[in-house]
Design a protein around this ligand. Structure first.
Ligand code: SF4
Length: 312
């Protein structure tokens, strides 16, 4: 399944997610990643799946949810610009549907001409901009060995100069990593150079890849909001998941929690929708685990859980 949802998104409303890449394939392995540690760390672009099959899946989900969609969002179970089919898929979506298309990218490959070309028909490109410091960049994103901080930022700036749609800056704040006042001021200067239409201040509200990653303190978030002038996306999203394309609670819970951290309460709502009790069996099978983060319980695939605190 390449397309899913609509899922409630804090920035994009009801968003049909599209993942044109294999699970956890990324050019970064961010310490805060909600998908766990990256399995395939790469900067090599591939046509991972037949693009006709990916588009057929998008079409199926979109047609089943006409009128209930705000965005079709290429987000990937990793970095979507690694897909060589991204440009063709965005083009097909723009030709066939009336919905806006967004791409959520870490921005690491924008120095590549073909990546910039692939994104040109998107309405929105949301780019990670978390630090202006090369060492913090390395420690926070753990990029592929071939990527250099300066190269990544030059790529972002070049894309910003060429792109006709909206650029949104995503600032992920990790406590004690990039939350120093001077570091945030310096990042602000860098972000200003690409003139984003919107700036989102984010925090690891969902279980991160590494257990030492924490939300910044509320006063730090307020300081960041005042400095960046951005919107606060440090709260949990509300709303329900589109479940029409799933046939059972087990299928829905398994698919959704691979792409979108699922709170236990949300999993119970899915069980109620299908009138099936399945979560306890999934946990007992060992394929899924419950972990606690920020005083909430989440269900995650076992392979996403590394050093995270596991609950029985
Ligand atoms: S947060 Fe995004 S860029 Fe970072 S490792 Fe996860 S998928 Fe890749």
């Amino acid at each position: 399944m390449y397309a899913y949802g609509p899922v409630p998104s804090r920035r994009l409303g009801r968003s049909v997610g599209v993942s044109p890449i294999p699970e956890k394939t990324c050019s970064y392995s961010c310490v805060y990643c909600q998908l766990g540690r990256t399995k395939t760390l790469t900067t090599k672009r591939h046509s991972f799946f037949p693009k006709e099959a990916v588009f057929a899946d998008i079409e199926k989900v979109v047609r089943a949810n006409e009128g209930k969609i705000d965005y079709i969002t290429f987000v990937g179970d990793g970095e979507p610009t690694l897909s060589l089919d991204l440009g063709a898929l965005i083009h097909e979506c723009k030709q066939n549907f009336p919905y806006k298309v967004a791409v959520i990218t870490n921005g690491s490959l924008l120095w590549m001409e073909d990546v910039r070309q692939d994104l040109r028909e998107a309405d929105v490109v949301n780019i990670t901009m978390a630090t202006s410091d090369p060492d913090t960049f390395k420690g926070m994103h753990r990029p592929h060995g071939s990527l250099r901080f300066e190269q990544v930022w030059q790529g972002i700036q070049q894309f910003a100069a060429e792109f006709k749609g909206q650029i949104w800056a995503e600032i992920m704040l990790v406590d004690m990593v990039n939350t120093d006042t001077e570091a945030m001021k310096s990042l602000k200067t860098l972000i200003d150079s690409v003139h984003p239409e919107r700036t989102y201040v984010m925090a690891p509200t969902r279980p991160p890849a590494e257990p030492w990653v924490h939300m910044p303190r509320p006063e730090t978030i307020l300081e960041a909001l005042a400095l960046f002038g951005g919107e606060n996306v440090t709260q949990l999203e509300e709303g329900s998941f589109g479940l029409d394309e799933f046939h059972s609670a087990v299928e829905a819970i398994s698919e959704i929690c691979r792409r979108h951290p699922l709170r236990i309460a949300q999993a119970r709502t899915i069980e109620a929708y299908f009138a099936q009790r399945t979560l306890d069996r999934l946990i007992a099978s060992g394929k899924f685990k419950i972990i606690s983060y920020q005083n909430r319980k989440y269900v995650l695939p076992s392979e996403f859980v590394f050093g995270k605190q596991e609950q029985s």
